[in-house]
Design a protein around this ligand. Sequence first.
Ligand code: VTB
Ligand code: MG
Ligand code: MG
Length: 332
Amino acid sequence: MDHLKPAEAAPDRNLALDLVRVTEAGAMAAGRWVGRGDKNGADGVAVNAMRSMINTVAMNGVVVIGEGEKDDAPMLYNGENVGDGTGPECDVAVDPIDGTTLTAKSLPNAISVMAVAPRGSMYDPSAVYYMEKLITGPEAADKVDIRLPAAENISIVAKAKGLDIEDVTVCVLDRPRHDALVNEIRQTGARIKFIQDGDVAGGITAARPGSGVDLLLGIGGTPEGIITAVAMKCLGGVIQARLTPVDDDERQRAIDAGHDLDRILHTEDLVTGDDCFFVATGITTGNLMRGVRYGAGSATTESIVMRSRSGTIRTIRSEHQLHKLAAFSTID
Ligand code: VTB
Ligand code: MG
Ligand code: MG
């Protein structure tokens, strides 16, 4: 049976289509909680739905990024074994809901998202919850530099895309910590698309042609940054990041954990190699995908499924018959 080893060692191309069922399950569970004003309740049902589905996937996964610590949410916890244990050895990064507040308030761009890569290939984000990010698409991917002022990166992106500065739109999380950045961007004449939450969707939008967004700048979650790195590998875009401790305690913890806070983390540092998968399903409708829609006894989901090695980007619209999927009626 030795001849089977190489095939088993690397994630198989069919994995992507199995994985999407996991984020579909998360989104369908969360979809019932849209607008209910209870972000932890929504996160809880999404975690449970994903956890039961993920264990049917033929992989030997370990959760290396399970959200929860920063947002104090229930987790698919770090170190948890996931998958049916039969397939390739993988690192799994999961965010059952990126945008719990978006879900609770029925605002756009909440997604259920997961990334998978060979074991050991994802950056260990522990100890520092936030990072400064620069994300853009293939055109300017090898020209931008997070160490430069925002104005310079905006002009690099404009030039690479053949745009006037005024045509460039920068996605920024709407937070007081970004006040200076917002001023700097506005002085260039570029426009800003503010997002309330959800910089995974925001980052992908920045790398997708025709999305109306050209660049993402600002400080967001470290786990989301690593998930975004997988997406960038598939899309040919780039993420550059710098760990950003929020206070002295976090700074010290980061240094003790061996992080070099001056280091620029490139896409390749956040996930090494070229054999990774990204799947996301819309919870609320946004720029990338429509959210979950319910009909009589049915639900329709839209997902994006990407594989880095092939570069294939699939949009999958699925119609689910809920009476046949009793496991998803999580609201009762
Ligand atoms: C960031 C962003 C996420 O939460 O982590 C943000 O990356 C948290 O920022 O996409 P604050 O602590 O300032 O709220 C999200 O928006 C959602 O998890
Ligand atoms: Mg989350
Ligand atoms: Mg998140």
